[in-house]
Write a protein that binds this ligand. Structure first.
Ligand code: NDP
Ligand code: 8X3
Length: 250
């Protein structure tokens, strides 16, 4: 029987690349995001390979998260893998100059949203005594950098939640993997810099950044590990990156 994965943030970047790799591995997909038309495109592309369904919700909206995941037909509730990937940075600057709307978007999306989705899915995994949760953190959750305090704090929270989930859920047969990428060339910087393309492009200039498919490879590796193995933590960096803000650019 094929496995079922629920992936948040499947409209773009790491989430979309993970959906593509999972489909190649025969894993059925519940694809989530806010942009329906993007979900429809990914679904159309992948449904030739596996069964695909989509759910449109904002992870910050607790009611919508519970209602949408609760509305899945019983067959689709048999979720084996949850990839908590949805998230973004919003703005970059000194804490004293920070915009509280940006802070809300990061804390509510990256931290509370991940919790809400987990809260909706974990009972389904508990019922069958098995499951695998993959949380997408960041090198920013391990190393704080100048002008990134709130985003770094949100990802540090993901690191701690991965540890806490593992402590609480291992006894129930649920594995937890924390994946912490460095710079990945996705829409991430465009969102962080509010659509400023030239600023976003500079982030990836002068080196060969990670691609979303590189992170998806690591996620697939973790979920394909033998039953006796938990891949607890993966930190994955571009070859030119040695720390959060140390990148060897040509
Ligand atoms: P993208 O901007 O390409 O993708 C972000 C995804 O998250 C989109 O699918 C978006 O979907 C979804 N999303 C964002 N906010 C919400 C929300 N409130 N509710 C529902 N879905 C949401 O960036 P990445 O693929 O790079 O980012 C994916 C994850 O990887 C994030 O958690 C990010 O912090 C993390 N990460 C990224 C790195 C990078 O350098 N790119 C490095 C380390 C970690 P939609 O807009 O359709 O809702
Ligand atoms: C995204 C990578 O370095 O911009 O988490 O924080 S970074």
């Amino acid at each position: 029987m094929s496995r079922i994965a629920l992936i948040t943030g499947a409209t773009s970047g790491i989430g979309k690349a993970t959906a593509e790799l999972f489909a190649g591995a025969g894993i059925d997909l519940i694809l989530c995001g806010r942009r329906q038309e993007r979900l429809d495109e990914v679904s159309a592309e992948l449904s030739a390979k596996v069964n695909v369904t989509t759910l449109v919700f904002d992870v910050r909206d607790k009611g919508a998260v519970m209602a949408m995941i609760g509305s899945l037909p019983d067959d689709w509730k048999n979720i084996d893998i949850l990839v908590n990937n949805a998230g973004n940075a919003h703005g970059m600057g000194s804490l004293d100059a920070g915009d509280t709307d940006d802070w809300d978007a990061m804390i509510d999306g990256n931290v509370k949203g991940l919790l809400y989705v987990s809260k909706a899915v974990i009972p389904l995994m508990l019922e069958k005594g098995a499951g695998h949760i993959v949380n997408i953190s960041s090198i920013a959750g391990k190393q704080t950098y100048v002008n990134g305090a709130v985003y770094c704090a949100s990802k540090a929270a993901v690191e701690v939640l991965s540890e806490g989930m593992r402590l609480d859920l291992t006894q129930h047969g649920i594995k937890v993997t924390n994946v912490a990428p460095g710079a990945v060339e996705t829409e991430f910087s465009l969102v962080r810099f509010k659509g400023d393309e030239s600023r976003a492009e500079k982030v990836y200039e002068g080196f060969d950044p990670l691609q979303a498919s590189d992170v998806a490879d690591a996620i697939l590796y973790a979920v394909n590990a033998p039953g006796r193995v938990t891949i607890a933590d993966i930190t994955i960096l571009a070859a030119a990156q040695s720390a959060a803000t140390t990148i060897h650019r040509k």
